[in-house]
Design a protein around this ligand. Structure first.
Ligand SMILES: [Zn+2]
Length: 296
């Protein structure tokens, strides 16, 4: 009986296949448009200082005082990364189901949809960076902490497949609290699915650049986020599988300073380069340029 219910849930989800559309009913909007009324301030979570939102936008949401990189909405990340008007969004129309009948889950998803104007915690599509075409995928941690449920896993997989169809390099900005607990095993199986798709991408000789941003944790770190041919990270981003508290309790040892931060992981070889947000677009452009036409 239960098995039938789950099967039906899957079948239903399959009906909402990727639609190739270049528009949204409601356009994606930056949470902080440059024409914000005077008096709207952004507070830095790290140093506690406040700044005019307009200045923060100009500074790419990096604190001018302590250099803290704020968490970015997908649309803001898009705006500072790709060429204006080059983004063509794919994979719209997915609907998040509640396969395990968790109380309040559907409502929670509905609330986040309204708050963020996103279908789910991941968007992807075609874009250009300094005129070089690529497929770009961006996780948004403002949508349920960027957790990976069935739809996020499916869209990540679709973005990988789209890169294969178009034979384009894939750039993914990762920010996630990990697997989505409300979807249990359905969420965990996305780890294998996304990793399997990346294996195929690799076999086709295509480039995958993974950019780890604050925070990248749990099942997302343990799957596609760590499988980049090149792995970049933003300064001081928290990157890990289990949280430091859990590890400390398990191994009963104090953890080294800077543990699970981007710079620490760079020293240990898990991250190739820590790149300041101001330099990220240039770095990605250089990487894309170096790999143009040389993929096979
Ligand atoms: Zn600050």
């Amino acid at each position: 009986m239960k098995r039938d219910v789950l099967k039906n849930a899957f079948d239903k989800q399959r009906q909402f296949k990727s639609k190739t559309v270049s528009y949204r009913k409601k356009p994606l909007q930056s949470a902080k448009q440059p024409d914000v009324p005077k008096g709207l301030y952004e507070k830095c979570q790290s140093c506690g200082k406040t700044f005019i939102a307009k200045d923060m936008i100009k500074n790419m949401f990096v604190c001018p005082s302590c250099d803290n990189h704020f968490r970015l909405r997908a649309i803001d990340r898009l705006n500072i990364t790709v060429d204006p008007h080059s983004f063509l969004e794919k994979g719209l129309g997915y609907i998040t189901l509640d396969p395990l009948f968790i109380d309040g889950y559907e409502q929670k998803v509905a609330d986040y949809k309204k708050q963020t104007n996103l279908d789910e915690a991941y968007i992807y599509g075609y874009a250009q960076i300094e005129s070089i075409p690529c497929v770009i995928g961006i996780m948004d941690s403002h949508f349920m902490m960027g957790s990976m449920g069935s739809v996020v896993g499916e869209k990540v997989t679709k973005s990988i497949e789209y890169a294969m169809v178009k034979r384009l390099p894939l750039i993914m900005f990762v920010a996630s609290g990990g697997a989505r607990m409300q979807e249990g095993i359905f969420s965990l199986m996305q780890m294998a699915k996304t990793s399997g798709a990346l294996k195929k991408l690799d076999e086709q000789g295509l480039l995958f650049v993974s950019v780890l941003t604050h925070p990248t944790t749990g099942g997302v770190t343990a799957s596609f986020a760590s499988l980049g041919d090149i792995i970049l990270a933003e300064p001081n981003a928290l990157i890990g599988f289990a949280g430091p508290r859990v590890i400390k309790q398990t191994i009963k040892q104090d953890l080294p300073e800077g543990f699970q931060r981007a710079e620490f992981l760079k020293d240990k070889g898990m991250v190739d380069k820590v790149v300041h947000r101001h330099a990220l677009k240039d770095t990605l452009h250089t990487i894309l340029k170096m790999h143009q036409g040389g993929s096979e």
